[in-house]
Each structure stands twice: as structure tokens, then as C-alpha cells.
Design a protein around this ligand. Structure first.
Ligand code: ADP
Ligand code: MG
Length: 337
């Protein structure tokens, strides 16, 4: 069954010393399976709070969150705990690996918590490490790995229970840009494996955010904008879940009526224009006409210059003194002052 998460009018308020902080204020959205969603916004805008609510780490004060039709907030503690373990995979900025365990043991943790035995879990953990490109690091401890490798271990761990929702809070925030890009690309491919899994990623990095299918911007706990961006690949999906035949079109959702902001479409149109310009000049007939035009213009210019020269040379500008046969001017021939 395709995944569908419905968030309706969610409010989350924290109270500190009698003061209320509204971290989320009437937030609504629908997340479809196969979507890679990025959530951006200034610090304190409610991004992490939204992830915590989606992952049942926290409960809303009002509103509802339905995961494939099931209301998360009304689950019992045991049900919520099972939901977290089986349906959700968490990835954090600082990896949260256990330092004394090897890579594969870290990946195995969710299954150990689920009551399975370490030895039985090993093949699955190793397979996941191979998927994230760490097949040769299975016995390394976190201190023996780079940041990017540790985050890959965290991604493998998040996948251990084959969750339908992956929640990543600043997964590239502690990595250099090339390594961060690779992690984001990995998350994107996980979301696009089918329509039964989604990835929601909080990020401050505009480049990482632009890799997603959909960009949600939060500000002061409110959804400021919700844009479906496009990818040439995978599962182009409208916000209502229907497929689109124009995957390269970004549709602004927040403004009510969808308005197309066709960045890559425009780019392609410009490229097409450019190409057709080149094609035009490459046509031999057009080239001949162009050359004739240039020649005619050039001939006209020459003619005008010649006429001007003739006119200037025939006009009596100054009186010319008569010269003798030898061409020498005698003083007697000069005009008397
Ligand atoms: N446990 C908490 N207790 C009190 N206030 C909190 C708590 N968690 C978050 N907040 C407040 O809620 C708001 C949103 O926080 P958060 O969701 O962490 O923002 P973001 O992840 O966008 O930086 C902030 O003003 C923050 O101070
Ligand atoms: Mg945060």
C-alpha cells in the first residue's frame, strides 16, 4: 500500500516558566510515499518539533497526524513504541552511534531492541552496510571512521527495520559539502525506491534542500511555503498525490492556486531557443542572403564615401595661386598684401 501521512492543524506549544512558546501553529500537510521532502526555515522555526511529532517522539497539543489512516496521538505507549521501532528510521546530525560497538553492531541495534539475537542479525547489518558503500568497514568502530562513513552507518541503522518513513535532522550538517551531497543523494535514492517510503529531511543547506522533490519552509511555527519541485527522475508527484506529466515544473502550493515556476523548463526553452538560433545561421540560403546584405551595405558605404570625396575635391575652398611652367611660384605672382 502506498504511504500516506496526513498532518492536520497540528499545534505544539512548550511552556517554560509560565511562558508559552508555540513551536508549531496549525500546521497542515500531506506527505505521499516516494517523496523526498526537505524542511527548511530559520533556527527555532519548528523543524525539529515537526520531525519529532512525525516520528511519535512527541505528541501534538492539538490537531492530528495520521499515518496510513491511523492516528498516532491516540496510540497507546506500546503501540507508539512499536510504531517508532518498525515504521520510522531516524538520522541525526551527530550520527548518535555507540562508540564501543563496531559498524555492523551499531546497525544491528534496532533489531536487538526488537528482541532478535546479535548473530542472526549480522547478515542483514552487513548487507545494509554494503548498500551504503561500507562493505569494507563492517568491523570498524566509530572512532576509526570519517564523518561521512559514520553518517552512512547511521543511514544503514535507520534502514534496519525497513521503515516506511525516514526522518533526518540535518544529516549533512556536520559533514563537508561533497560528503554531505553523497548522503543527501543516498536519502533521495531511498525515497525513490518505491511509493511505500518517504524521507523527510530538515536542512539548513540550500543545495541539499534543492535535491528534494518538495520544499517546505517553516517560519515561526507556520508553513510559509510548500513547493513541489521537480526531478527529472523518479516519482513526480503533485501535492494531491496524482502523477504529473511535467516533472520539471515546480508548483507553488501555499499561494492557493498553483502557479508554475518552471525553472528547468525555462532553462530548456532557452537552450532550445539558442539551438534554433544556431540552426538558423547554419542554413546555407540564409547565410547567402546575409552575405548579400552585408555586401550591399558595404558597397553603399563605399559609394557614399566616393561621392563625398569628389564633392570635397571639386569645391573651390581657397584661391589657388597660378604657377609657372616649372611649377615654381615667383614672388611677383603672389598676391600683394
Ligand atoms: N523541549 C522544549 N522545551 C521548550 N521549548 C522548546 C523545546 N523544544 C523546542 N522548543 C522551542 O520551540 C521552538 C521550535 O524549536 P525547534 O523545533 O527545535 O526549531 P528548529 O528545529 O527549527 O530550530 C523554539 O522556539 C524552541 O526554543
Ligand atoms: Mg532543529
Amino acid at each position: 500500500m502506498p504511504l500516506s501521512i496526513e498532518i492536520s492543524d497540528v499545534v505544539r506549544e512548550y511552556r517554560i516558566g509560565g511562558q508559552a512558546i508555540r513551536a508549531l501553529d496549525s500546521v497542515s500537510m500531506r506527505i505521499e510515499g516516494g517523496q523526498f521532502v526537505s524542511v527548511v526555515g530559520p533556527s527555532g522555526s519548528g523543524k525539529s518539533t515537526l520531525l519529532h511529532l512525525l516520528g511519535a517522539l512527541d505528541s501534538p497539543d492539538a490537531g492530528s497526524i495520521r499515518f496510513n489512516g491511523t492516528e498516532i496521538a491516540t496510540m497507546t505507549d506500546d503501540q507508539q513504541s512499536s510504531f517508532r521501532r518498525h515504521q520510522v528510521g531516524f538520522i541525526f546530525q551527530f550520527f548518535n552511534l555507540l562508540p564501543t560497538l563496531s559498524a555492523w553492531e551499531n546497525v544491528a541495534i534496532p533489531k536487538l531492541l526488537d528482541g532478535q539475537r546479535l548473530a542472526r542479525v549480522r547478515p542483514d547489518a552487513v548487507r545494509l552496510l554494503e548498500i551504503v558503500g561500507l562493505g569494507d568497514r563492517i568491523d570498524h568502530r566509530p572512532s576509526e571512521m570519517s564523518g561521512g562513513q559514520m553518517q552512512r552507518v547511521a543511514v544503514a541503522r535507520a534502514l534496519m527495520m525497513a521503515p516506511r518513513l525516514i526522518l533526518a535532522d540535518e544529516p549533512s550538517g556536520n559533514l563537508d559539502s561533497a560528503t554531505g551531497d553523497a548522503i543527501v543523494e543516498l536519502l533521495r535514492s531511498l525515497a525513490h525506491e518505491g511509493d511505500d517510503r518517504s524521507v523527510v529531511m530538515v536542512t539548513h543547506n540550500p543545495e541539499a534542500a534543492s535535491a528534494a522533490d518538495r520544499l517546505i519552509t517553516l517560519q515561526d511555527g507556520v508553513v510559509k511555503s510548500d513547493v513541489l519541485a521537480s526531478l527529472a527522475t523518479a516519482h513526480p508527484t503533485q501535492v494531491d498525490g496524482s502523477s504529473t506529466t511535467r516533472p520539471d515544473t515546480a508548483i507553488k502550493v501555499s499561494a492557493g492556486r498553483p502557479s508554475a515556476t518552471t525553472s528547468s523548463t525555462e532553462h530548456r526553452a532557452a537552450t532550445k531557443r539558442d539551438t534554433s538560433d544556431k540552426e538558423r545561421t547554419a542554413d546555407p540560403r540564409r547565410r547567402l542572403i546575409l552575405m548579400l546584405l552585408v555586401l550591399t551595405t558595404w558597397s553603399m558605404c563605399c559609394l557614399m564615401l566616393a561621392i563625398a570625396w569628389l564633392l570635397l575635391n571639386n569645391a573651390p575652398v581657397v584661391p589657388v595661386a597660378p604657377t609657372d611652367v616649372g611649377g615654381t611660384v615667383t614672388s611677383a605672382q603672389l598676391p600683394t598684401p
